[in-house]
Design a protein around this ligand. Structure first.
Ligand code: PRP
Ligand code: ZN
Length: 285
């Protein structure tokens, strides 16, 4: 029987959210501490827990069939794998930073300077695109301490909350790229594995769509129904149920997270009241 081997980060920024996504997709497994592998008992998936930097290479070589990595790691290693899904979590940016007391105006600051990073390829492309030539000093970890120990004048590293920069006396000066978790897949999956991947992506889409939408219930006088239905198109059209109080209806629909507050304002103006908003676990159109 076909099996999908999935590489996920062993420990770090992506680990927890990656596993949470599989659990939300109804895939059950036990990952005891320090285990290298785990098998699901209700979906033909085996998890391999690896260093994120190694994941694109393992997927290219077929050690794993798919993997979850940051877009930054994918872009840096340029392995022959396919990005099959953008996952929307572990959002961060790859940025240039310099000591806080430095006077910084623009990227020309870095001309002839020494920059420490674990992302030499992405940084080189960025600097080339800006016409800046700098010395790139590749190090594999603890990049943020490089200026403090005199190894480099600036750094290019992942910034999420910004607290690592802050506690090392650095300030972010340029965003090189924005990143988030992506699913990558081998280009040589069997037909059966491709079917499993399609099933998995179908489940992921329904989970992500659920997160992007809310279920809304509200009450409105019948004479404002037309306007409210227009504001709440929902999946096909909203459900409208009569209230015991004559002349009033309850309306149920789905509303997008991105325009949520704007929509709520418009609904209130149109006469809606008693508005309840409920999270959606999964959404299949
Ligand atoms: C990055 C980066 C910083 C930290 C920044 O490491 O190297 O250490 O995250 O996050 P903050 O802005 O919230 O403080 P990452 O978790 O990607 O680990 P890795 O580079 O060792 O894989
Ligand atoms: Zn890493």
């Amino acid at each position: 029987m076909a099996l999908l081997k999935v590489a996920v980060q062993k420990s770090g920024r992506l680990s927890e959210d990656s596993l949470k996504l599989f659990r939300e997709c109804g895939i059950k497994f036990n990952n005891g501490a320090k285990k290298l592998k785990a098998q699901s008992h209700n979906f033909p998936i085996e998890f391999l827990f690896l260093r994120d930097d190694d994941i694109p290479g393992y997927v290219e070589d077929g050690i794993a069939d798919i993997g979850i990595v940051g877009q930054n790691v994918h872009d840096e290693y340029q392995k022959n794998v396919e990005v099959v899904k953008t996952l929307g979590f572990s959002k961060c940016r790859l940025s240039l930073a310099v000591p806080r007391e430095e006077e910084y105006t623009d990227v020309a600051y870095f001309e002839g300077k020494n920059i420490a990073t674990s992302y030499p390829n992405i940084l080189k492309n960025y600097l080339d695109s800006k016409g800046v030539s700098a010395e790139i000093h590749e190090i594999s970890g603890s990049v943020e301490i490089a200026p403090g120990i005199g190894l480099a004048e600036g750094i290019c590293d992942i910034v999420s909350s910004g607290s690592t920069l802050l506690s090392n006396g650095l300030k972010e000066v340029e965003t090189v790229m924005k990143s988030e978790a992506v699913m990558v897949a081998s280009k040589s999956l069997s037909t059966e594995q491709q079917q499993l991947l399609d099933q998995l992506i179908f489940r992921i889409n329904s989970v992500l769509e659920g997160k992007n939408n809310k279920y809304v219930l509200l009450n409105a006088p019948n004479d404002s129904l037309d306007r409210i239905i227009e504001l709440l198109p929902g999946m096909r059209s909203p459900t409208v149920l009569p209230l015991a109080d004559k002349g009033w209806s309850s309306i149920h629909s789905v509303i997008n997270e991105d325009t949520f507050w704007e929509n709520i304002e418009q609904l209130r103006e149109a006469g809606a009241e008693g508005i309840l908003v409920v999270p959606i676990e999964k959404m299949i159109r």
